[in-house]
Ligand binder design. Structure first.
Ligand code: URA
Length: 279
């Protein structure tokens, strides 16, 4: 953040009105700086140190914003869309006024961790193919996922367009052997509970396929990558959720559609992470 900013620009950037409306308010004495009424709309403000009020309300200035969203299914990862609701539509006005955008995309039907920010530099570096920032997904898959799939993903699989993926790490967390009537196998009770919560996405009945609840970490972000990787081994993703991106984890306190701003530590971790170029 710059050390100083003009008073009218500060209020304008925060969405308090047009420059002319703001000038008018300042002239009318609606704005104080450090307890003194200020009538000079061009006054330089130190946003980190000065206390500014407008009609008695203290104004918190920032020019960057970092949001951790649990993206729900049914909304698109875009800033605007002529047909669908976007992730930006779920945010409050004091955030959207800062023009944030999603860092990368999740499919409309994918849930989970989405970082939304207006920090173009950070976004660029997190998405840079050179950085190989890991992204971890959990998925309900139709088919018995096993060691041959983990080995294939570990080597890299060929997608429908001929692209061979970078090595990825696949773990099976839980499985149901034969459709709705089968028994669930899981090492951890939490994994069994997570899988149970998404079984509605699976077809039921006598022809129901075996099901697997898996975790996959990839280091790139090709279009529909997780779904296409499973297609490459003859299986179908029925439900997909992103649970981590680099050092950022999906917050279990956030239900789909909920969001919160990142803590300072989380922002620092992200910045240091891409700086170090960690794998
Ligand atoms: N891979 C997919 O197939 N879809 C997503 O939304 C993200 C990764």
């Amino acid at each position: 953040m710059k050390a100083t900013i003009r008073l009218d620009k500060m209020l304008g950037n925060l969405g308090y009105g047009t420059r002319s409306v703001i000038k008018q308010w300042i002239k009318q004495g609606a704005v104080t700086v450090n307890g003194e009424t200020v009538k000079d709309h061009g006054k330089q403000i130190r946003p980190n140190d000065d206390t500014v009020t407008l009609n008695g309300e203290t104004i918190r200035y920032r020019d960057t914003v970092y949001v951790l969203m649990h993206k729900p299914a049914g909304v698109v990862s875009a800033t605007e869309d002529y047909r669908d609701r976007t992730v930006i539509d779920l945010l409050d006005e004091d955030i959207t006024v800062l023009s944030p955008f999603p860092v990368g995309r999740l499919d409309k039907d994918t849930e989970g961790l989405l970082l939304i920010t207006n920090d173009g530099k950070l976004s660029h570096e997190l998405l840079s193919p050179k950085k190989h920032v890991p992204k971890t997904y959990r998925a309900l898959v139709a088919g018995a996922v096993g060691e041959p799939d983990a080995e294939a993903f570990g080597r890299g699989v060929e997608l429908d367009d001929g692209y061979v993926t970078m090595p990825a790490h696949l773990r099976v967390l839980a499985s149901v052997d034969s459709g709705a009537g089968g028994t669930m196998q899981a090492d951890e009770p939490d994994d069994a509970a997570e899988m149970s919560a998404v079984l509605d996405f699976a077809p039921s009945g006598p022809e129901a396929p075996p099901l697997s609840w898996i975790e996959l970490t990839i280091h790139e972000g090709k279009f529909h990558q997780v779904k296409r990787m499973f297609e490459a081994v003859g299986k179908k993703v029925l439900y997909l959720r992103r649970v981590a991106m680099g050092p950022l984890k999906l917050d279990p306190a956030l239900a789909p559609g909920e969001w919160r701003e990142l803590t300072e530590d989380e922002v620092d971790n992200l910045r240091n992470y891409r700086k170090d170029g960690q794998e």
